[in-house]
Design a protein around this ligand. Structure first.
Ligand code: F6P
Length: 517
């Protein structure tokens, strides 16, 4: 890192020692218009940072730090399609995926996906049993599951224009398949194998399971158009190996990262759930934030501020965790999506130069629906010894009084976490000064959901620039997969005993294989 970066980093380390910064009451008393000063807007989303352990000076120092990390150049490089995923020698094309007028190849991929959707929705193409599609089951995991699942659940009320039910088959638990069989008529179901690599073992296994079920059923007769399988993938050769006709394979650019891929044909289940117009609104919402991120000065740039405050907590206040708490059941899966996005991208100990990181990187992320969490883990937020920053996310759109009830609860929690209380017995005391950020969305539409996801995607990118990490690869996930492969290979060769495993795993494995505790 350059000298200017180090100088600003050290300045922030000194700032962090000021005890007044963690006294939120004090900060509000000493900055008259603090709420307005620390409210920022991008697209349709307003974010109030005023309940955070920062003042104007710290914020400005954080922004300076980002400047010394050449953040502006890195943002330019992202949008210019320069190679940023150095280990795989690829650009990161998620922003290109959602441009309404995009590159020719991206438009061709998108139009092909629209055509496949259209053919099935209109009944021009049928299932391999000759029936009109009533259910879509997405077979995919990780980024090929979390984004589509979040979007389908968040926008499922918009499923009125067609009656297609969308279900997900991510893990290999048989219980998932059994529940799909209960919920859907498999003869009128379209299975979408969503996998960038088509090399993911869970997805391959689930595809095999489904194929077997279908093959065993009477009347299963795929034709060039009537197919019960389509594929969304960047690996066309492997898709062809699955005997899926070219017309039913929806390609996407291999430079789009898995966890950033909901905007590509991996979003097919979303398209089937909400229709083409709404899907385009979803893309254009994200594009709106892309423009904000690309063109807005760093000190007013929402993803930049989100990221720099998270860096402040992680590296200067040494807070290892971070919670995302939506107060809207439709966003219940948002924390799971964010977990993959941030932890798989930035949970790393080596920088882009393969040097050991000197500071901590991604915080641990967790969260759930706010109302449910209040009655579960909020106790630790209020009185636990450890403190973590929280993102509260509320949707204003007034459906009925219940919406106000939810939002008032959300505000009450952030207020109580900040103010604390010394009422009653000591055991009832809450220390307060617990930091949080509040996101207010006007409504939950395809556009505003697209905006929300893009904000966090860019936040993660900015974190990676500060930490000098490649946020677009995930080499750490390979080790566990390799060990599993080794075990399976040894099982096949009847040579488990010769495996070089620790004593605990060896013993547990033998209990599992003997089906006995
Ligand atoms: O194992 C992690 C991972 O590679 C994720 O990064 C990815 O989103 C997921 O697996 C699924 O990968 P694919 O879409 O290639 O099946």
């Amino acid at each position: 890192m350059n000298q200017r970066f180090i100088k600003h980093w050290e300045k922030l380390q000194l700032d962090a020692q000021d005890p007044k910064l963690t006294d939120l009451q004090f900060l509000f008393e000493h900055e008259v218009d603090r709420h307005n000063n620390l409210c920022f807007k991008a697209g349709d989303i307003l974010v109030d940072f005023s309940k955070n352990w920062i003042n104007q000076e710290v914020l400005s120092n954080l922004i300076h730090l980002s400047k010394t990390a050449q953040l502006k150049d890195k943002i330019k490089a992202l949008f210019a399609g320069e190679v940023l995923n150095f280990s795989e020698n690829k650009a990161a094309t998620h922003t290109v995926q959602r441009k309404l007028n995009s590159r020719n190849d991206i438009m061709a991929d998108r139009n092909k996906m629209f055509k496949v959707a259209d053919n099935y929705q209109s009944g021009q193409w049928l299932s391999a049993f000759g029936k009109k599609i009533t259910t879509v089951v997405n077979i995919g995991i990780g980024g090929s599951f979390l984004g589509p699942k979040l979007a389908v659940e968040a926008l499922s009320e918009l499923q009125t224009n067609n009656d297609i039910k969308v279900l997900f088959y991510p893990s290999v638990d048989s219980v998932v398949m059994r529940s799909i069989l209960q919920a859907a008529d498999i003869t009128s179901t379209l299975f979408c194998v969503g996998s960038k690599s088509l090399g993911t073992i869970e997805t391959a296994r689930n595809t095999e399971t489904v194929l077997k079920i279908l093959n065993d059923l009477e009347g299963y007769q795929p034709t060039p158009t009537n197919q019960s399988f389509v594929a969304a993938t960047a690996n066309l050769e492997k898709a062809a190996d699955l005997n899926i006709p070219e017309s039913h394979i929806m390609p996407f650019d291999a430079a789009t990262g898995g966890r950033f891929s909901v905007w590509s044909s991996i979003g097919f289940p979303v398209l089937m759930a909400i229709g083409k117009e709404r899907f385009l609104e979803f893309l254009s919402g994200a594009e709106k934030i892309d423009l904000h991120f690309e063109l807005t000065d760093l000190d007013k740039n929402l993803p930049v501020i989100m990221a720099m405050i998270s860096v402040w907590y992680r590296n200067f206040m040494q807070l290892p965790a971070y919670a995302a708490i939506p107060y809207d059941m439709r966003l219940k899966n948002f924390p799971a999506w964010l977990q993959q996005l941030m932890m798989e991208s930035n949970g790393k100990m080596i920088d882009v130069n393969a040097e050991a990181m000197k500071c901590s990187t991604s915080p641990w992320i967790f969260g759930d629906h706010g109302q449910l969490s209040q009655h579960a883990f909020f106790q630790a937020f209020h009185q636990g010894k450890d403190i973590l920053p929280i993102d509260f996310i509320g949707v204003l759109e007034k459906q009925d009084d219940n919406q106000d009830f939810l939002l008032i609860n959300m505000l009450a929690q952030s207020a109580a976490l900040m103010a604390g209380s010394t009422d009653g017995e000591v055991s009832n005391h809450c220390p307060g000064n617990r930091p949080s950020t509040t996101f207010l969305m006007n409504n939950l539409t395809p556009s505003s959901l697209g905006q929300l996801l893009a904000l966090y995607e860019h936040m993660v990118f900015v974190q990676s620039v500060i930490w000098n990490i490649n946020c677009f690869d995930q080499p750490g996930v390979e080790l566990g997969k390799k060990v599993a492969r080794d075990i399976f290979d040894h099982m096949q060769n009847n040579s488990i005993d010769t495996m070089n495993l620790d004593k605990s795993t060896q013993a547990l494995l033998s209990r599992v294989l003997n089906n006995e505790q």
